[in-house]
Ligand binder design. Structure first.
Ligand code: ADP
Ligand code: ZN
Length: 722
């Protein structure tokens, strides 16, 4: 008789499912979560719907246990499979993202309680007497607590249970999950909003796959509008996922959701405690949690019946994950909708060029909100040509901008100064000998963080104190800071405005999510006059009193070699500018630049988004770049430069023939070393219709296997080119 077997995909870096024995009495079906022996350890896995390969039955080991968690459904398993194939991550690593709620798998510890119905035991001891005294006051107790207060051993309580005096009961807390109510408090939408909401709700109602791009300027009410689509999904009895690029900062979103639906959504991101994550995980799996708002990793939650995904700020690069499994949550969300056959909404004031092209081509429905809500105007935007209107040497804010901030302060309004650079100065050098502080592990300058008196590498986290003298020539007082970071801008503003309340919004200066949320509330409430911020401030916040925005250096991103430099600049500058004037007060924005004729900046100033997209699409089309072509990056890294170079060349040698397209490189990566590893990049560009993942998989299989600690990282649809 042949023993029963199953195939199990383990949640570790392997691509295929392994075969295991099933012990008598254990019932297993595809989707079940199990513990299995793997080498010397136990691993988590999922029973996979795959025929067992040929195996030696004598070597098979049995499944250790079936975990008490809801099984994964078929659609989610298909999604895991697809993501693995597309990104070239091992299927087990993608499964790991599904199973990663830390405490889920350790089922919640049951709490045993006891109830007393008034019976008295035949035999009364002093210990039993003390227990009964407490029971006389309160008839239901957690068992251990009853023993504790009575000062007896748990055995005494057990004895009373055995004697039939006490009855056992389960006191495990089952949290009551407040259900969002679609009819709770819907906003009175204006005509444009109502039309947009109607279109989105209709798409949700049909219950089939389709993507809508909700495209409207900052402050046009996109959130209010997609709330109506969420309401519709709830009415249809289905679950909803809202992906946000920076959930840690979106208390505002949770509050708004609760006002609209009478209950907050489930929250999912790295700042949520393990226990709370476990509740959300189980809650979505059994269908009790109806809506989740989360970071990109929420995409892998095991929803029982997902009926809508909203990707808010869909253009945001934070949706791209670049560790082991490198995926873009927006694109994967579209695929999850495709597999599950439900609606997707991508929302943005500055849609990605990809999404915009899909809308233009009719692949996505284009739902447009043309104006700000309540007649609020967009800020009046002007460029400051730093070649003529710049500040004196050693300063970074043009007089015109400082003047505007002063005027805002005079009338009690707020100003926002944006610079996407943490720290005090991006480079520190010795005036005497020219020595520059460089990271020992990376090809990068150390960034001075003056508030903390440290020099820090932004790539690997290496830090050292600022030394009193130059480490090279021992000169004292010779170190100078070159260029500005937000801390230096704060210093400059404090000199101009000693009496104003100034806050710096930069991730490294704020100890945690809570502090960050508190600071954002302070700002929104008007208890800060001038805000200096990194890209954190560009994301979706509502600051009603903000009436002046200054962009310190619009050229930072423009000058990078990144093929998306123009798009990034357009998005981030538009988003920052869009923070101002949201309550209807006339607002002004100032963009400092050395290239005022740049067409991207010109399009922003003219408020001509169509000009930007038309031009950018044309540029991409001519170059065969996404979305007209496809890109994949292969990053070869290792401890020794020569080995890395040799392997990268060998990899190039094994490359397949690309019809329409090319393979660029290998070239040293712009950051040639990170964490002590040398890096070379190859970039492959193909036509749009090519199965790029398949092509790269075949390529790697044909290449000699890397040795000597060399790694090849694959990044399909890369977003970063560093
Ligand atoms: P977006 O997401 O497009 O930037 P929001 O949805 O955040 O816009 O709306 C901007 C502001 O206008 C918010 O304070 C919001 O509460 C308000 N608002 C938008 N639409 C309405 C409406 N129909 N009724 C009341 N307030 C609205
Ligand atoms: Zn470093």
């Amino acid at each position: 008789m042949s023993a029963a077997t199953v195939t199990v995909q383990c949640a570790v870096a392997v691509d295929q499912a392994y075969t295991y024995l099933v012990r008598d009495g254990m019932e297993l079906a595809p989707g079940d979560i199990v513990a299995v022996p793997l080498g010397p350890r136990e691993a988590l896995g999922c029973v996979w719907d795959e025929p067992a390969g040929p195996v030696d039955a004598r070597k098979l080991r049995p499944v250790s246990a079936r975990l008490d968690v809801p099984p994964l459904n078929k659609r989610l398993m298909e999604f895991v499979d697809w993501v693995a194939r597309y990104t070239l991550a091992e299927r087990g690593m993608v499964l790991k993202m599904v199973l990663r709620a830390p405490d889920v798998l350790a089922a919640e510890k049951p709490v045993t309680g006891v109830v007393w119905h008034g019976e008295v035991p035949e035999r009364i001891t002093p210990a039993r007497k003390r227990v009964l005294e407490h029971l006389a006051e309160q008839a239901v107790w957690p068992k251990s607590a009853l023993a504790d207060v009575s000062g007896v051993s748990p055995g005494v309580v057990d004895g009373l249970i055995d004697a039939g005096v006490l009855e056992r009961t389960d006191l495990t807390m089952k949290p009551v999950i407040a259900q969002p109510d679609p009819e709770h408090a819907s906003a009175g939408l204006n005509a444009d909003q109502a039309a947009a909401a109607g279109k989105l709700a209709e798409r949700v109602r049909t219950g089939t796959f389709g993507v809508a791009l909700l495209d409207g300027v900052t402050g046009s009410g996109k959130t209010e509008v997609y709330f109506e689509a969420i309401a519709e999904a709830l009415r249809c009895g289905r679950q909803v996922l809202v992906l946000l690029p920076e959930i840690a900062l979106t208390q505002d979103f949770l509050d708004r959701f609760a006002r609209r639906f009478g209950a907050p959504p489930g929250e999912w991101h790295s700042g949520v405690s393990g226990r709370a994550q476990a509740r959300v995980w189980r809650g979505v799996a059994c269908g009790e949690v109806r809506v989740v708002a989360g970071a990109r990793s929420a995409l892998f939650l095991p929803f029982a019946d997902l009926g809508l995904i909203v990707v808010d700020e869909e253009h945001d690069p934070a949706f791209k994950q670049e560790d082991r499994a490198s995926y873009h949550a927006r694109d994967m969300a579209v695929k999850r909708g495709h597999i599950g056959d439900f609606a997707i909404i991508l929302s943005s004031a500055t849609p990605s060029v990809e999404s915009r092209a899909n809308a233009d081509a009719g692949r996505y429905a284009h739902v447009h909100l043309p104006e700000r809500f309540g007649g609020a105007a967009m800020p009046d935007i002007g460029l400051i040509d730093m070649r003529e209107g710049g500040p004196e040497r050693g300063r970074f804010l043009a007089p015109k901008l400082v003047e505007a901030i002063a005027q805002a302060c005079d009338v009690g309004q707020q100003s926002l100064v944006f610079l996407n650079r943490r720290g005090y100065a991006p480079l520190t050098l010795c005036r005497r000998c020219g020595f520059r502080f460089e990271c020992p592990n990376c090809t990068a300058w150390l960034v001075e963080h003056r508030f903390r008196h440290r020099l820090v590498c932004h790539h690997c986290g290496y830090e050292r104190p600022v030394p009193p003298a130059c480490p090279n020539c021992q000169a004292t007082d010779s170190l100078v800071a070159c260029g500005p970071g937000v801390e230096r801008i704060a210093e400059e503003l404090a000199e101009f405005f000693p009496d104003q309340r100034i806050a710096v919004l930069s991730s490294d200066l704020i100890p945690g999510i809570r502090a960050m949320r508190a600071l954002l509330e302070e700002i929104a409430a008007g208890r800060v006059d001038i805000v200096i911020g990194t890209q954190l401030v560009a994301k979706g916040h509502n600051f009603p009193l903000m009436s002046v925005v200054g962009v310190v250096d619009a050229d930072v991103a423009l000058q990078s070699a990144d093929p998306r430099a123009a798009e990034r600049t357009y998005q981030i500058v538009s988003q920052v500018v869009g923070r101002a004037g949201r309550d209807g007060t006339p607002a002004r924005a100032f963009i400092q630049t050395y290239v005022p004729d740049n067409p991207v900046l010109q399009a922003i100033v003219a408020g001509d988004r169509e000009a930007f997209y038309a031009r950018e699409l044309e540029v991409r089309k001519r170059a065969g770049m996404p979305p007209f072509g496809r890109l994949g990056a292969l990053i070869v890294s290792g401890r020794e430069r020569q080995g890395v170079q040799a392997y990268a060349r060998a990899l190039k040698g094994a490359a397949p023939r690309i019809g329409e397209g090319e393979i660029l490189g290998p070239a040293e990566a712009p950051i040639a070393m990170i964490r002590g590893r040398y890096r070379m990049r190859l970039l492959v560009r193909t036509a749009r219709h090519v199965d790029l993942s398949g092509l790269v998989r075949g390529w790697l299989a044909a290449a000699p296997p890397p040795t000597g600690g060399i790694r090849v990282q694959v990044d399909i649809d890369p977003v970063s080119f560093l």
